[in-house]
Design a protein around this ligand. Structure first.
Ligand SMILES: [Zn+2]
Length: 298
């Protein structure tokens, strides 16, 4: 079984072991189930394959090594760990095939597109200053719409908080996204923070302008670490050639992927065809061990 120490964008480093068939089965089952929380399942698999810290990075609770508590980690670290785990576990793991539908309305062509995880994604490391603030439990600030907004970086556990906000404030997606990272806003009552953001609900504010909101998102991103998961895709229909951006989907990130499945199938078909051509069955002492798929077991 292969293990590898992976440097995360925050500066922490963890050791991962490759995914076993047991986890692959668990994943496949969860992905088929409509009830399973897919994000939780992905965290679960990363967690099972994680053997602990090599470097605590900016996490004071990780000093002295020990178990990785993913909920207390930055989101960028989780994404980087997922990508690292994929590459460690599958021989062609750096190629990630995703389903794409061309957004050009006269085209709408559906096709599979391969993302090169080594080349097509941009990784941003946590700055020294941000790491210091994290260690000292300081908040970050940005001036927006004349007010000072105190915020924190994006943690894995924020997903749960965001879900709660979405339930409480349905249909206010942009504001709930921003609110998730805001700790407090100077001179704004905490119960009015959502109202200050988008002007909805009962409160004294009209809401932010779109470019103020954009400035806030930029400010959040500038001090955080992580992986820019927006990828550029070109429509595979040559008559269309539309180039567009999309968010990298994560559902298939820890599965072997169809590229491999398809290649395997093709290889098998070629082998069968070649065997047929020669008109002789495989010699009994050949193959299984030499087969590249079975030789990687450990
Ligand atoms: Zn198209």
């Amino acid at each position: 079984m292969r293990t590898e120490t992976i440097a995360l964008p925050s500066g922490a480093a963890i050791t991962l072991r490759q995914i076993s068939l047991k986890e692959e089965n668990y994943l496949a089952g969860a992905l088929r189930s409509r009830r399973a929380n897919q994000d939780k399942v992905l965290v679960d698999v990363v967690n099972r394959c994680c053997q602990g810290f090599e470097e605590p990075g900016p996490y004071p609770w990780a000093e002295g090594g020990g178990k990785v508590n993913w909920q207390e980690m930055l989101q960028g670290d989780l994404i980087a760990a997922m990508i690292g785990l994929r590459k460690l576990s599958y021989r062609e793991g750096k190629d990630y095939e995703i389903d794409v539908k061309c957004p050009n309305r006269v085209c709408n062509h559906k096709f599979g597109y391969i993302i090169d995880l080594d080349k097509d994604l941009f990784f941003q490391k946590l700055s020294e200053e941000s790491a210091r603030k994290l260690r000292e439990d300081e908040t970050f600030t940005v001036k927006i719409g004349g007010k000072t907004v105190h915020f924190k970086l994006g943690y894995v556990k924020d997903d749960q908080f965001h879900e709660k906000l979405e339930k409480r404030f349905p249909g206010r997606g942009m504001a709930t996204m921003l609110r998730t990272q805001i700790v407090r806003i100077d001179e704004v009552d905490s119960k009015d923070m959502m109202n200050w953001l988008d002007g909805e609900g009962n409160g004294p504010y009209e809401g932010l302008l779109a470019d103020d909101a954009e400035d806030m998102r930029e400010a959040f991103f500038a001090v955080d670490c992580g992986v820019d998961t927006e990828v550029e895709v070109e429509c595979s229909r040559s008559a269309c050639g539309n180039v567009f951006n999309m968010d990298l989907p994560f559902e298939g990130m820890l599965s072997p992927g169809r590229t491999m499945a398809r290649k395997r199938k093709m290889r098998r078909q070629t082998e069968m065809r070649d065997a047929g051509k020669e008109g002789s069955p495989k010699p009994p002492d050949a193959e299984p061990e030499a087969d590249s798929e079975t030789s990687s077991a450990d």
